[in-house]
Design a protein around this ligand. Structure first.
Ligand code: 2BA
Length: 107
């Protein structure tokens, strides 16, 4: 069994989890915050058998869109360095980690 952790934009989270549910996958949404932009995002957890991992990633890919976001000038981007003007970065689609699960039980 694998655990998929997908960090996605808040605006895409509903579409991602609804479409996972439609395909029969259970998921859990956690409210999270990116360490760089300090903006809210959503981490979706999905536990699946190994052969279903690609299907889940395809659903996440289909419903997560990349966006341009501005880094405010007040953001420290390097040790003690603040940009003098806002800087644009491209965020997402999704950042996905797939990890092995040693044991899974519902009790
Ligand atoms: P944040 O950490 O807020 O990063 C938002 C976006 O800022 C990133 O988009 C990237 O375009 C840029 N960025 C992040 N760190 C940077 C740096 N040190 N220098 C320059 N630009 C930087 P994404 O790469 O799409 O990441 C979106 C969110 O996914 C991140 O939000 C973070 O919450 C998560 N994430 C990305 N990579 C991760 C990793 N290796 N481990 C844990 N979380 C990660």
């Amino acid at each position: 069994m694998k655990l998929i952790l997908a960090i996605i934009n808040r605006d895409d989270a509903g579409a991602v989890t609804q479409n996972l549910t439609k395909r029969g996958f259970s998921s859990t949404k956690l409210s999270t915050t990116g360490g760089f932009l300090l903006a809210g995002n959503v981490t979706v957890l999905v536990g699946v058998d190994e052969e279903k991992v690609q299907e889940v990633i395809d659903v996440i890919k289909e419903h997560s869109h990349s966006r341009k976001q501005m880094i405010p000038a007040s953001t420290e981007v390097n040790y003690g360095y603040y940009p003098s003007m806002p800087v644009e970065v491209t965020v997402g689609g999704a950042t996905i980690f797939v990890v092995d699960i040693e044991r899974f039980e519902r009790v």
